[in-house]
Every structure is written in C-alpha cells, then in structure tokens.
Design a binder for this molecule. Structure first.
Ligand code: PRX
Length: 649
C-alpha cells in the first residue's frame, strides 16, 4: 500500500456500534466468548464441531507438532453428507439450497432434496468413470450448478477436488493438472462472460495433453456457439451419461477427519503455484463456525457471495460454509455490469438477499458507476454486509455502509487467505464496534497478533508482521507434494508461528489494520498473483532478456501490474511488442495477470549482489521520490528509468 493511503487509513477515527436490535438477536452476543476461546481454544473448537454430523466421534481435538496440526483425530465424517444429506431430515428437505442465475438470464433453484439427487448422480458418474477415494479431480468450470455439484460429488466419494478458476489459461491449467496428478478433468464446452463465449473446452484440450488425464467430462453450457470438439475415447458429455445414471440415495464415504478434502492452487513468491491442502474435519468446522459467528447466519437468511468458486472465497462461502449450515446460497454466473450495471442489486431484490459478501474492488467500481443503479432497487431485506480480498479503504467502506446498507447493516471486513480456510480477523457483527478500514480483531479461537522482527508483540500504535500463534482447525496442512516449502514459507521466520505474509498495524485499541502483502505477491482486484509468475512468463518470450514486475497502487483494482522489461540484443522495442508481451502473459497465466503497462528498460536497478530492487521500481511507478539508492551497483539506472516512465505516462 502506498504511504499516503496508509496514513489516511491509520487516521480513521469513526466508529460504528452494532445496532441494538442486531445485537439482541445475534448468534454470538456474549463478549466473554473472546476470552474463554483464547484461554481454552480446544474446548471452543470442540463445541463448534458439535454443529457438524460425525459418523464416528473424534478422540482428540488438536494434536500440534509444529508445523503440523491434526484436528479431530479419530473422527469420521463426510463433507457432502454435512452439506446436503443431513438436511433432508432436519426440516430443510424442500428449502432452497442453491439459487442460481446464469448471465444470459436463465435461472434454477435447487432445493436440498434436488441437490442431493444431483450430487448422488454425479458421484455415481465419477465412480463409473473410475474415480476412487483419494484420486484428484481437476475442475475447470464456469459458475454453473454443475460446479458445486462436482465439488460435493467428489467429497461424497472421497475424491480430492482441485478447482482451477475458469479465467486461467490452458498452460496454467496444465501446470495445475500435472502438479496434482489428476485423473479426470471436469469442464464445459464454454462459458459466458459479458455476453461473450469463453472457449473453456479448447483450453482444456490443450491443457490435458501430456498429463495423466484419461477422461474429460464435459458439461454443455453454451452449445453450438462454443464450437467445442469432442475427442472419442477421452471426452464424455455430462448430460449424456447423467441420463443413464441413478440419482437414488448413495451412502457417503466415511472420511477420516484428516483426509484431504481439496487442493486449491495459489500464488507465492516463486514462479510455481502452491497446491494448498485442506482436510475434511477441520476445514468444515472452520467454514461452518464462521457462518454462524462472522455472518450471524439464521435459518431464513439468503446468502449471496459474489466470488467465483475458482477462489477460496467461493469454496468456503458459496459452497461449504452456507450449505453445511443449511442456508440458501445465491450463485451468479456472470459479470456485475451485464447487461446493466444494476445486476447485483436486481439479484438482491428479486431473491431477497439478506447477507451480501463482496470485494472492495467491486465496491469501488459501484461507487464509480454511481448510486443511481442501486437506488432503482429495494434492498430492505439486506441486514449484513461483508468484504474480503484486500484492505477496504474507508471511503469504500462508508459508501457500502450508506448506499448498500442504508446505515442499518453492520459491515464485516474479513481478513483471511486460501491457506487459512475461513475468516480469521473480522468483527462479530453483534459484538464488535467497527472502524472503516479495519478488519478489527481475531475471531474467537484465533490467536493472531502483530509482531516485530524478533517475533515480539508490538505495542499499540505500531506495525509489523501479522502472525497466528496457535493452530486452528481450517489451517492448511501442507503444500501438495512439497512439505519443505510449507515449512519454509509459513513457519520459517518464527518457530511454530504461522506467517501469513501480510503487514499490519495495531492501533491504540488493539484493532488490526491490514496493510497488504510484505512479500512479492500482488493483489489485483482481490486476486493474488506472484510477481515471479509474471516474470517467468515474460522471460519465456524470445524477445525478453530480463523482467521485473511490481504492483503499483491503483484506484480501482487496489494494485495494477507494471512490468519493467529488458530485451535481448538485436530486438527492437515497439508498441506491437508491448501488445505481444501482454498477450504472452495472458496465454501463460490468464487475463487477470495481464500487465497494465510494460516499460522497456536498458537495465534494471540491481544491488551489487545482483538483486533487483523492486522497491525502487515501485517508487518510479507510483511517482514517488526515490528511496535510498546507495546500495545500487549503478545508481544512474534508476534516473534513466524514472525519466522514461514520466515520459510514457
Ligand atoms: O493480503 C491479504 C489479502 O488477500 C490475501 C489472501 O489472498 P487469497 O489467498 O487469494 O484469499 C483471498 C480471499 C480470502 C491476504 O494475504 N486479503 C484478504 N482479505 C483481506 C485482505 N487484506 C486486507 N483485508 C482483508 N479483508
């Protein structure tokens, strides 16, 4: 975050108390919960675990051998059973589980009973295709009902799902399939985005070459316009095999609490994405608990999380959290401005959404579009608002509060990560006084703090590293196939203490203000991308000798990608080359990694030990006075670059 923004954030003085009527009815309204959970986290989590259905009770709550934790050992359960089957006999059989809306306007409501049938059918389909307990299934689908159905079908038979966001390129998908050693791929002929057709099947065809995938299960979403071709002996249509597959009740596999539920790839500081491993019992306890605590979920709530299931927010707050809690979850396929800019508000009004969970980047976009789109709709059913993905700036928080929440709805700014599985630092809406821009304090059972270089807790009014001292149920267990990387990345700095990689400030009241990543990971519109991934994409182009990528502050996206590139000898730089390099990055990773700008440099600023000084590149891109340049091997390099950048601006 740039220094000016940080100053404004930390000067924020406004406070908002939970409204009285909200407080009275809130699931969590006894302030003692914080202290008692901190004193005895195991009892707290064990109490929360009672909200799930266990086939076999667990014997111990937590076994902690840093950095490895086991939760609810000895216990057996099934995530799909908890999310679906059990609701057939708890009074929710005909309750809407998923309200789905396609971008073109098609709609579908799946009750818990209908969802159960579809999950049983899909589970049988996977079994018939040879998928067994423990196998990996890669899923590359648009936001259509078959996506949550596929997740739950995997969970039901004990297969490990690995969802790859539909915006990733064929190459990125290939890399993730290979790393997970997946056996089958579930995809669609195409998807819709702003009225255009995304060629998912064509990407999938390219991605599965030279992998262990022997079957591609294809959902027909688009039809002829997708122009998808099917390869005999490998590709099967979902709708064809589903016709001959029974939807009758199917017993759920009894999974051990520590059996893997899913892998989800995320970016780190190296070019290779990490397969974050989540296990069944702990993850589900975390997801389910946060629905009741942070989101104050009640039985008549309609929960709309706008994230894609391709990201962890969609896994936890579109699928596993809401469904395990028996809620109605709203799922929208497309873009918020298609066909008009009031699409979300129309959805909120029509389905009577009571809890809305979205990202600051979207809120800033809505602000830019103006409140008239919102005012056309009756949003009186809304009672709680959530934010996730990046620090929310106080102006966006206030706009959300006034224009969407009409001053009536508490806002829960939730800090968490793919690795943490569920919200970790967030207000409890019936208890916590909020401050615009602060995620407030750790939720009960989470021992998070801000510490200095030595790992000592900083005094109020100071900043440092965000850390989590004790294990929690939904923490990642390891990095798939690379436990050493898990140890080094998350537990390498402070012994036995989890390091998320974010910088944070603790204010005089002990409130935590997340300031952003401290490593070489950037956050573009709430999507996490490693600079090293973009750099390795760039240097794989024959024209590029060297590349350095930084995130510069951006009004709308939070951060935008700027690439500094040196070309190989004999290559002439041009606007065409810029376009080509941008396209090259999109091909390698996906559209979310497209550099906003590419600047050609004769040389990159390096220290005498040849380390690129990204800090200086950020100063240049954000138009600041350059920081210390004395450690540079050749200080004149930055002056040249700065002049060049200004000229290009
Ligand atoms: O930097 C933090 C930021 O997003 C990172 C995690 O990204 P990802 O694993 O993709 O998960 C995103 C959704 C959970 C964090 O390290 N981040 C997420 N939520 C917030 C946030 N930064 C500030 N405030 C938040 N509420």
């Amino acid at each position: 975050m740039d220094a000016n923004k940080m100053d404004t954030l930390l000067q924020e003085q406004r406070t908002f108390h939970p409204p009285d009527d909200f407080q009275v009815k809130a699931n969590f309204n006894n302030p003692d919960i914080y202290e008692s959970a901190l004193r005895d986290p195991e009892s707290y989590w064990s109490e929360q675990a009672q909200h799930l259905s266990w086939f076999t009770p667990y014997e111990s709550v937590c076994d902690w051998n840093p950095p490895h934790a086991e939760w609810f050992s000895g216990g057996q359960l099934n995530a799909a059973y908890n999310c679906v089957d059990r609701h057939l006999t708890d009074g929710r059989k005909n309750k809407a589980a998923i309200i789905w809306e396609g971008e073109p306007g098609d709609r579908l409501v799946l009750t818990y009973d209908m969802l159960a049938r579809e999950v049983n059918r899909a589970a049988r389909m996977l079994k018939d295709l040879g998928v067994e307990r423990g196998d990996r299934v890669t899923i590359y689908l648009p936001m259509i009902p078959e996506l949550p159905i596929s997740l739950l079908a995997c969970a039901k038979i004990g297969a490990i799902h690995s969802v790859v966001f539909g915006g990733f390129s064929a190459k990125a998908l290939h890399e993730r399939i290979v790393d997970a050693d997946a056996k089958i791929l579930i995809t669609a002929d195409g998807g819709y985005r702003r009225g255009n057709v995304i060629p998912l099947k064509a990407n999938a065809d390219e991605a599965v070459e030279d992998t262990g995938i022997d079957t591609v299960l294809v959902v027909k979403r688009v039809g002829a316009a997708a122009n998808a071709s099917m390869k005999a002996g490998r590709d099967v249509w979902w709708h064809e095999i589903s016709q001959s597959t029974s939807a009758a009740p199917l017993a759920a596999e009894a999974m051990n609490s520590e059996d893997i539920l899913y892998l989800l790839y995320t970016s780190g500081t190296t070019g290779k994405p990490k397969g974050i491993v989540h296990t069944t019992g702990g993850y589900l306890v975390g997801a389910n608990t946060s629905m009741r605590s942070v989101f104050d979920l009640k039985d008549d709530d309609v929960f709309f999380c706008t994230a894609d299931i391709g990201w962890v927010t969609g896994h936890t707050y579109l699928v596993y959290g809401p469904l395990s809690a028996g809620a109605t979850t709203v799922m929208y396929e497309g873009s918020p401005d298609y066909p008009t800019r009031d699409r979300y508000w129309d959805i909120c009004e029509r389905y009577g959404v009571t809890i809305l969970y979205t990202a600051p980047t979207s809120i800033r976009m809505f602000m830019k579009w103006g409140s008239s789109h919102v005012e056309q709709h009756d949003l009186s059913q809304l009672r709680l608002l959530g934010s996730v993905g990046e620090p929310i700036n106080p102006e966006a928080w206030m706009w959300y509060h006034e224009h969407i929440g009409h001053g009536r709805c508490p806002i829960v700014d939730t800090w968490w990560q793919t690795e943490t599985g569920c919200a970790m630092i967030a207000p409890l809406p019936g208890l916590t006084v909020t401050k615009p821009g602060s995620a407030t304090r750790p939720v009960p059972g989470i021992d998070a703090d801000v510490v200095d270089e030595e790992g000592n807790s900083v005094a109020p009014g100071n900043g440092g590293y965000l850390v989590i001292r004790k294990p929690w149920p939904s923490m990642l267990r390891t990095v798939w196939g690379d436990d050493e990387r898990f140890r080094k990345t998350y537990f390498g700095k402070f012994d036995g203490v989890y390091l998320p990689g974010d910088g944070a400030h603790k204010d005089k009241d002990g409130y935590i203000w997340i300031l952003g990543r401290m490593d070489d990971v950037i956050n573009v519109s709430g999507h996490r991308i490693g600079t090293a991934e973009i750099e390795s994409a760039l240097v794989s182009h024959p024209a590029v000798a060297e590349a350095a990528v930084i995130g510069r502050a951006d009004e709308l996206k939070g951060q935008a990608i700027t690439a500094f590139v040196t070309v190989r000898e004999g290559v002439t730089t041009s606007d065409e080359l810029v376009t080509e390099l941008k396209k090259h990055v999109v091909d390698k990773i996906g559209a979310m990694a497209r550099p906003e700008e590419i600047l050609f440099a004769a040389e990159l600023p390096k220290t005498r030990s040849a380390k690129i000084m990204r800090r200086l590149l950020r100063d240049i891109a954000e138009g600041r006075v350059l920081g210390d340049t004395t450690t540079l091997a050749d200080p004149s390099v930055v002056d040249v670059l700065q002049a060049q950048y200004k000229e290009a601006d």
